[in-house]
Design a protein around this ligand. Structure first.
Ligand SMILES: Nc1ncnc2c1ncn2[C@@H]1O[C@H](COP(=O)(O)OP(=O)(O)OP(=O)(O)O)[C@@H](O)[C@H]1O
Ligand SMILES: [Mg+2]
Length: 490
């Protein structure tokens, strides 16, 4: 491991010489400066682990220098030295953020003791920050994006870097997944560093032609590098910085592996659940058929006998059975989507009929509907029976999201890519990130009487048509679902 770095600033060259010797004998890498200006130049160039500043320097005092140092390296421990030690001076220095206070002439044991204490305090502060950050990153299980965000954020905080970016290799391309801090150079520059460390398979510092420093560490998942964590540093990093980055990248790798595994597990479990549901639904079909016959028979008999109340109840049973049969049909069809029967379909007309149906289903709400349908929309080769399910579900969801009223907007247009876009927008409750991540899961619902099938079916149908769905949602503000469909079969 590289030596810790010390910066000593004093306008007395004799003092510099003595201190240099003493700190070198402690195994430190020592830099010297005779003035404020020299010191600031050094501080701008590289990171230090400990600093010793003379209190009385002309024209700028050691306390002012400490301020400048902390602007550049906020957690740098500074020892203030003076020949004219007074309690007042010491108190003032500590109040302004000095780590400790040294009086000249130095007692070697005191000097050694205070410098080592400063160094271990620095390590301790970093470790604490690190532990806290890592804990938070781990605690933020859930979606992949969130984990990467947490790691980028924690890296910036713990390394005092300007920016941290997490890159992942996807199909041989480096994709930035999360970024924290302030951007001062292009993502491409950082991607270059990511490439270098992935190739070398070890954390490294890369200095570019302008003298800017970037640190990178590869992310290893299951043997190979899956990406890299890259940090843009203010100053040349210390050995600690590289160690820290290595720890963070292994943390990111663990989070990545866990989340991937979790997603795989979840989709496996879902598929199994789906198969079971299909089987159960299948078993329900025959008894439901029987129930319907009996209910019809009852309704007929009671009606003939003049028992209108009884006939009414039997009619209700009949309708509920119909509802259950529909549900069962949807579940059984979900498992094995049949082939599409594409015919030229006028989407605007289909949307209007879905809207009428949906409004009949979700009643008693103060909702306004705004139609922005492109009259020049060409007919598309779609299976209208299937596509109807998509928009019926989306519009019902939109209406259900507006407990206390609002506006649903239906919009159609032809995109520049020649696709047909249908947007269903509401000004309703919106979704949390959790809901957004699980919305297509079979049986995922947040509603008391929901089945959690709507979006799963809608996305399956859209996919079968060779289209895709994009969702944007803001909690408390509303949701926009855009369905993009090709004009014809692929
Ligand atoms: N427009 C929307 N606004 C807010 N949340 C929505 C919206 N659309 C879907 N959701 C959320 O996604 C969940 C899943 O939707 P999905 O349509 O699959 O099931 P559901 O509406 O709960 O039940 P159903 O099977 O009756 O449609 C909903 O429970 C709801 O939390
Ligand atoms: Mg729904």
């Amino acid at each position: 491991m590289k030596a810790a770095r010390a910066l000593i600033v004093d306008d007395d060259p004799d003092i510099l010489e003595v201190l240099e010797m003493r700190l070198q004998s402690m195994g430190l890498d020592v830099a010297l400066a005779k003035s404020y200006q020299e010191a600031v130049t050094l501080l701008d160039g590289r990171g230090f682990d400990v600093a010793l500043f003379d209190l009385r320097m002309e024209p700028v005092s050691g306390l002012k220098l400490m301020e400048a140092a902390h602007e550049r390296q906020p957690r740098l421990p500074v020892l203030i030295m003076t020949a004219h030690g007074t309690i007042d001076n010491a108190v003032e220095a500590l109040r302004q953020g000095a780590f400790d206070y040294l009086t000249k002439p130095f007692v070697p044991e005191e000097l050694r003791g205070k410098v080592s204490r400063a160094l271990s305090m620095r390590r301790w502060t970093r470790d604490r920050t690190l532990l806290k950050a890592v804990g938070e990153a781990l605690g933020s299980s859930g979606t992949m994006d969130r984990i990467f965000d947490a790691i980028a954020q924690a890296t910036v905080e713990a390394t005092e870097a300007e920016r941290a970016v997490v890159f992942l290799l996807e199909d041989g391309r480096l994709v930035p997944m999360a970024s924290a801090g302030v951007a001062s150079r292009s993502i491409d520059d950082l991607a270059g560093t990511a490439e270098t460390v992935i190739e070398r398979k070890i954390p490294a510092a890369v200095t570019d032609t302008d003298g800017r420093v970037m640190l990178g560490a590869p992310l290893f998942v299951g043997g190979g590098a899956a990406g890299a964590l890259v940090v843009e540093a203010r100053v040349e990093p210390t050995a600690d910085d590289l160690d820290l980055l290595a720890i963070f990248s292994s943390q990111a790798a663990v989070a990545l592996k866990n989340t991937r595994e979790l997603e795989r597990l979840r989709s496996g479990a879902l598929a199994a659940l789906g198969r079971m549901a299909t089987q159960v639904a299948h078993e329900l079909r025959n008894p439901l058929g029987g129930l319907k016959l009996f209910a019809e028979f009852l309704q007929h008999r009671l009606g003939k006998a003049g028992d209108t109340e009884g006939a009414d109840v039997a009619g209700k049973i009949d309708r509920e059975v119909d509802h259950m049969t529909d549900l069962v049909r949807e579940i059984t069809q979900f498992g094995r989507p049949g082939s599409l029967r594409r015919v030229p379909t006028n989407l605007n007309g289909l949307l209007e009929s879905c809207l009428a149906l949906a409004q009949a289903r979700v009643t008693g709400k103060e909702t306004r509907v705004s139609l922005e349908l492109d009259p020049g929309l060409p007919p598309a080769a779609l299976d209208p029976r299937e596509i109807r399910k998509v928009f019926l579900n989306l519009i019902v969801n939109a209406l259900e999201a507006m407990e206390s009223g609002g506006t649903v907007t239906l919009r159609t247009r032809r995109t520049e890519q020649g696709l047909i876009e249908v947007a269903v927008e509401d000004t309703g409750c919106g979704m949390s990130e959790e809901t957004r991540a699980r919305i297509f899961d079979l049986f995922f619902t947040t509603k008391d009487s929901g089945t959690g099938l709507g979006m799963a079916i809608a996305s399956a149908v859209v996919e079968q048509h060779g289209g895709r769905m994009e969702i944007r949602s803001q909690l408390g503000r509303g949701t926009q679902v855009r369905v993009l469909l090709p004009l014809g079969a692929p």
